[in-house]
Design a protein around this ligand. Structure first.
Ligand code: SF4
Ligand code: SF4
Length: 203
């Protein structure tokens, strides 16, 4: 009798594991705990639906965008991502987007749609002038201006100073400037366009 009960318990346990492993992503997300991690530096890949709820439903978590990305800058939320679990994000502090368009072309749903490079809108770069080296007269730098794939359209130098960077509205928020900034406190970051290109407390 004891043996039959043990066998039965094992069968129920195995059935539970199988059922859990075949749950569709949507159900897995519903059973996830609430998001707790800090996602403030994360960006969606280029061409992503702007509304995050719409993006989470459109993305099927197939991972294709991450596979085709040449610099491997696309990562995927895990359990701590809550209802974002399995969806893609980019953290430009680690690795930024080079605007090659491959992820937009690979996406099989409308989560990412292909847009011309100049129309990408991942956010806008914002500079904290109270920390950026040339802005506080702590030497020359210009790393952000040199790396920008859009060049003068997106970022240039203040006209009477060769090294103080100024971000323009045409910046598409790729984050390459964030990746290369040598300052330990990262005075350049990507923010929502409504937050502006200069940090409010800056000089
Ligand atoms: S555009 Fe290219 S570099 Fe940028 S996230 Fe997509 S695949 Fe990666
Ligand atoms: S985020 Fe930086 S590198 Fe990218 S377009 Fe804007 S200024 Fe250029």
């Amino acid at each position: 009798m004891i043996q039959r009960r043990t066998v039965l318990q094992r069968l129920i346990y195995a059935a539970g594991i199988t059922a859990a492993s075949t749950l569709p992503y949507g159900l897995v997300r519903l059973t996830m705990p609430e998001a707790r991690a800090d996602f403030s530096t994360h960006l969606r890949p280029p061409g992503a639906l702007k509304d995050d709820l719409a993006f989470n439903s459109a993305c099927i978590g197939c991972g294709l965008c991450g596979e085709v990305c040449p610099p491997r800058c696309i990562q995927f939320y895990q359990r701590e991502g809550g209802d974002r679990a399995n969806t893609p994000y980019i953290d430009p502090e680690q690795k930024a987007c080079i605007l090659c368009s491959k992820c937009m072309q690979a996406c099989p749903t409308e989560a990412l749609t292909e847009v011309p490079r100049n129309d990408v809108d991942m956010g806008v770069a914002q500079i904290d002038r109270s920390a950026c080296y040339p802005w506080v007269d702590r030497g020359i730098c210009g790393a952000c201006v040199s790396i920008c794939p859009l060049g003068e359209r997106a970022i240039g130098f203040k006209f009477w100073n060769q090294y103080q960077p100024i971000v323009k509205q045409e910046c598409v928020g790729c984050g390459l400037c964030v990746e290369v900034c040598p300052h330990p406190s990262l005075p350049i970051r990507i923010v929502k366009r409504s937050e502006g290109t200069v940090a409010r407390h800056s000089v």
